[in-house]
Design a protein around this ligand. Structure first.
Ligand code: PEP
Ligand code: MN
Length: 288
């Protein structure tokens, strides 16, 4: 018996606006004059936490000198223990803004709640939604109502589809400026803090038009592994990296074990410069 095909149905994607089906060309997200997703590699770097004015300005200058494109630094920290350093709050954002003045680097910082969002928007160029808040739907809707670029980290145990649906919350409120960030997921492996899922790069590129950057600092949790995974991410087609760097990782108030020094960062940038030419991205990183 020959079966007749009566009708062809395609399963509707639950993330229509984030999907490549409805938006075939890649999105480019501008953060001040930096374009993410245009074929270049964007490197964001900075300490896990803003600790003082001098600390953030000094590291920002060193990172800028080595070729960083954006400055990261947490002012509101989602710490596992309530007794750990929680960040400097608005004061930290003021110091970040001063570091931007000093270097010209746009700034990205995490916002953990709706309450602090309008205040944070006064300072930052890009809002980071942390892994723990990837499914905080009211917060996603609130950033979706702003026009700020959003760096949406993947949740610790979120599937790629769930992550894209979180992006959809932001897009559906009218903010098209979403950049995805893979930062490692929880697996049975204990040799590293997380398992950096580089599969996410080609999968996201296939399913979505949104840019994707990689965070090998949280992805490995170990400074000595950061360089290798940064290179792997770029070779796999990532639109950029976000790296934790600290002038004195051993005394850092958070995530020192995974933070690289300015010298290590500069060396990595030289390697990335060579790699980007080899894999033929639009332009190499700009050193100096
Ligand atoms: C951070 O960037 O310091 C951070 C807390 O990241 P994540 O949300 O990925 O853990
Ligand atoms: Mn951190």
């Amino acid at each position: 018996m020959v079966a007749m095909i009566q009708e062809v149905t395609t399963k509707p994607v639950p993330y229509k606006l984030a999907s490549r089906l409805h938006h075939p060309s890649p999105s480019v997200v501008s953060v001040r004059d930096r374009k993410i997703g245009d074929g270049s590699v964007t490197v964001m770097a900075g300490p896990c936490s803003v600790e003082s004015r001098d600390q953030i300005i000094e590291i920002a200058q060193a990172l800028k000198q080595a070729g960083a494109n954006l400055l990261r630094g947490g002012a509101f920290k989602p710490r596992s223990s309530p007794y750990s350093f929680q960040g400097l709050g608005e004061t930290g954002l003021k110091f970040m803004a001063e570091a931007r003045e000093a270097t010209g680097l746009p700034i990205v910082s995490e916002v953990m709640d709706i309450e602090n969002l309008p205040m944070a928007c006064e300072y930052v160029d890009m809002i980071q939604i942390g892994a723990r808040n990837m499914q905080n739907y009211p917060l996603l809707r609130a950033v979706g109502k702003t026009t700020k670029p959003v760096l949406l980290k993947r949740g610790l145990s979120a599937t790629i589809e769930e992550w894209l649906m979180s992006a959809e919350y932001i897009l559906s409120e009218g903010n098209p400026n979403v950049v995805l960030c893979e930062r490692g997921i929880r697996t049975f492996e204990t040799a590293t803090r997380n398992t950096l899922d580089l599969n996410a790069i080609p999968v996201v590129k296939h399913l979505s038009h949104l840019p994707i950057i990689i965070d090998p600092s949280h992805g490995t949790g170990v400074a000595r592994y950061v360089s290798a995974m940064s290179m792997a991410a770029i070779a796999a087609g990532a639109d950029g990296l976000i790296l934790e760097a600290h002038q004195s990782p051993e005394t850092a108030l958070s995530d020192g074990q995974q933070s690289i020094t300015p010298d290590e960062f500069a060396e990595l940038m030289q390697r990335i410069d060579i790699l980007t030419r080899a894999v033929n991205v639009k332009e190499g990183v700009t050193i100096g």
